[in-house]
Design a protein around this ligand. Sequence first.
Ligand code: A2P
Length: 191
Amino acid sequence: FAFQPGDTLYPKDENGKFIYHKTDLCATWEAMEACKDAGLAKSIGVSNFNRRQLEMILNKPGLKYKPVSNQVECHPYFTQPKLLEYCRQHDIVIVGYSPLGTSRDESWVNVSSPPLLKDPVLNAIGKKYNKTAAQVALRFGIQRGVVVIPKSFNPQRIRENFQIFDFSLTEKEMKEIEALNKNVRYVELLM
Ligand code: A2P
């Protein structure tokens, strides 16, 4: 979706309501294709697209480039199994945001869903490999082909988040983690 064009990122009216802008996502996609052709982008993708929206692009007459990626919330409590399968079938990489369950900032996060990194299963599996729950959650992502983009302001944790290539989770552990899915988003995008 788009907001009213202008310098304000999230424009609101006098009643505090967001001001949206009617756009045709297919026309926006064509503009992005032109950016790629102009050498302004190596690859182009989408974010927060569901299957119906992806189909709209993939079935667009005259499609020049498919989206290479779809960036969506993805982690052990929100595993996106159907969307992941659909994207696999169409060679679209899922880029998972909030792979650690967000910073739990109440201004934009649904904090009624429990903190991911306190999860007993993730912590128990981590103990076995001498890894943290964060590292297990990230490893779970990459092992199922999801690109993970964890965020940290802390140098030691940034380093920690890279140290996930020296162990692997068994099929049974992957299934155990998949079973943690609650189908609840932390990031509800209320706007
Ligand atoms: P901090 O910046 O203090 O490290 P997400 O990537 O899911 O949005 O999560 C970001 C949150 O997770 C931030 O609050 C960040 O805090 C915290 N975080 C990042 N890496 C780790 C880690 N390895 N262990 C615990 N918390 C982490």
